[in-house]
Ligand binder design. Structure first.
Ligand code: NAD
Length: 479
């Protein structure tokens, strides 16, 4: 540990954080190291009592925190970013262990934390003013109160800070619930935050899915910021309706990537492969369907196969590793179903083996299914693993319709040398974020959210701040 550190965090023991204090529990569970299938450290399962205490503390902290000038709130957030930056190595180690990510990928997620906070601290809350002879109308925004952030397991750190930073910046307090599969980095992040923020401003209760459900029902929680699956998102919305909570739902997707005939095949094919297999396909906006113009289909696919074969699958610290394991046994079994189904239906594996049987851990080789039918599971559903289908296309209108023919709408990509033409197609794709000549790379600078069943609302960036606020319009009439 470097001597300049002002605090000493213990990265071997994990607690829920309630009312500024570390709290244990008589019930303990374990994450699983996906590289070895071995149990990781014990983590306390928060009780309903813990959760109620956390919400009460967040409610008590809200009046003072929301009245704290925004400049002061930003100062504290920036102080937290600095403090976090002293622990990048420890957080990277922890993320490698709990999520199985290659070290380079883990360190990108960890180093994104301070950047996310810093960018958001440069933002102001939008406001408008309208004036006529009779009155001035000020459209302003005020915070909601106690927010809850419910987090999935694929990006436990960036998706936590993606809720904590805008919630706190806009004057809310927040209770975070990490995924039971990846509790460690999220709990430690919130523990560290206690060194900067007043008690009750940011807390964490972890343990199981029921805690998430309890948060959605709690009368003193004003907003649920949820990231996870479509199925759970629907339950969150239904439960939140009972108290008309605000909800932001960031859900799954089935992103299409359209490859135009004029692309530089050797350059673009490896990029498209990255988009599909980033984080071993466990990304809400990973490329999940690839439509290649028929005139280049075979050549493009061969280049994709080449790039896929060059991706080394292995554990975090192995030299040259590009892809880690599937994060948890439940997801591993789900991904295997897509392999089994593709094998049973006789689809062509352009690269990858139909039978997934790693000697240990949850490793899956990146796999491309060559031209399965439209109604196949691999086209219709989100595998959330390293298996992706390709199909040829010939008519632009038809491929746009095919890309849009899904109940999801999270991300999409269009690749073409004629950028204006590609951008024109991008504007017709029904998805929250469309990328031209890049695979899907959400950034803190723009709101991120889904169309259709990929979500409700969105967060991040200036527009995203409004997801944590109510409009508050002051009409001032002239005397
Ligand atoms: P999940 O829906 O199973 O779980 C997400 C979180 O919800 C967990 O913390 C879980 O404990 C909690 N939860 C479970 N049941 C709940 C309930 N009834 N009420 C409230 N909370 C409950 O999702 P997952 O398997 O952890 O994550 C994978 C999914 O998340 C994929 O579908 C992926 O596409 C999606 N995802 C979306 C985004 C996005 O920003 N759109 C980002 C990452 C992941």
């Amino acid at each position: 540990m470097s001597p300049s550190k002002v605090s000493t965090l213990d990265f071997q023991s994990f607690h829920n954080i309630v009312d500024g204090e570390k709290r244990s529990s008589k019930d303990i569970h374990h994450g699983i190291n996906p590289t070895t299938s071995e149990d990781l450290w014990g983590v306390p399962i928060a009780t309903e009592h813990d959760l109620n205490d956390a919400v009460a503390s967040a409610k008590a902290a809200f009046p003072s925190w929301s009245q704290t000038p925004i400049q002061k709130r930003k100062e504290l957030l920036l102080k937290f970013a600095d403090l976090f930056s002293q622990y990048v190595n420890e957080f990277t180690d922890l993320l490698c262990k709990e999520a199985g990510k290659p070290r380079k990928a883990a360190s990108i997620e960890v180093s994104g934390i301070a950047g996310f906070i810093q960018y958001h601290c440069g933002l102001d809350i939008p406001e408008e003013k309208f004036e006529d002879d009779e009155k001035t109308v000020y459209t302003e925004y005020m915070p909601l109160g106690v927010c809850a952030g419910i987090i999935p397991w694929n990006f436990p750190l960036i998706l936590s800070i993606g809720k904590i930073a805008p919630a706190l910046l806009t004057g809310n307090t927040i209770v975070v619930k990490p995924s039971p599969f990846t509790p460690y980095t999220g709990l430690k992040l919130v523990e560290l935050a206690q060194e900067v923020f007043p008690k009750g401003v940011v807390q964490a209760v972890g343990g199981n899915n029921e805690l998430g459900a309890l948060l959605t029902l709690h009368p003193d929680v004003a907003k649920i910021s949820f990231t996870g699956s479509i199925a759970t998102g629907k339950k969150v919305m239904e439960a939140s309706a009972k108290t008309l909570k605000r909800v932001t739902l960031e859900l799954g997707g089935n992103d299409a990537s359209i490859i135009l005939p004029d692309v530089d095949i050797k350059k673009v094919a490896p990029e498209v492969v990255q988009g599909a297999f980033q984080n071993s396909g466990q990304v809400c906006v990973a490329t999940k369907r690839i439509y290649i113009h028929e005139s280049i289909y075979n050549e493009f696919l061969q280049e994709m196969v080449k790039a896929t074969k060059a991706m080394k699958v292995g554990s975090s610290d192995e030299e040259g590793v590009a892809l880690g394991p599937i994060q948890n046994p439940m997801q591993f079994e789900k991904v295997k179903e897509f392999f089994a189904d593709s094998k049973a239906k006789g689809y062509k594996f352009a690269v990858g083996e139909p039978d997934v049987a790693p000697p240990k851990g949850f490793f899956v080789q990146p796999t491309i299914i060559d031209n399965p039918p439209n109604d196949s599971r691999i086209i219709q559903e989100e595998p959330f693993g390293p298996i992706v289908p390709t199909q040829p296309w010939s008519d632009e209108e038809e491929v746009i319709a095919r890309a849009n023919n899904t109940n999801t709408g999270l991300g999409a990509c269009v690749w073409g040398k004629d950028v204006e033409h590609a951008a024109k197609i991008a504007r017709r794709l029904e998805a929250g974020s469309v990328f031209v000549n890049s695979w899907e790379k959400p950034t803190p600078q723009a709101i991120f959210g889904g169309h259709k069943e990929s979500g409700i609302g969105g967060e991040w960036g200036k527009t995203g701040l409004l997801a944590f606020m109510n409009a508050h319009v002051i009409h001032v009439y002239k005397n």
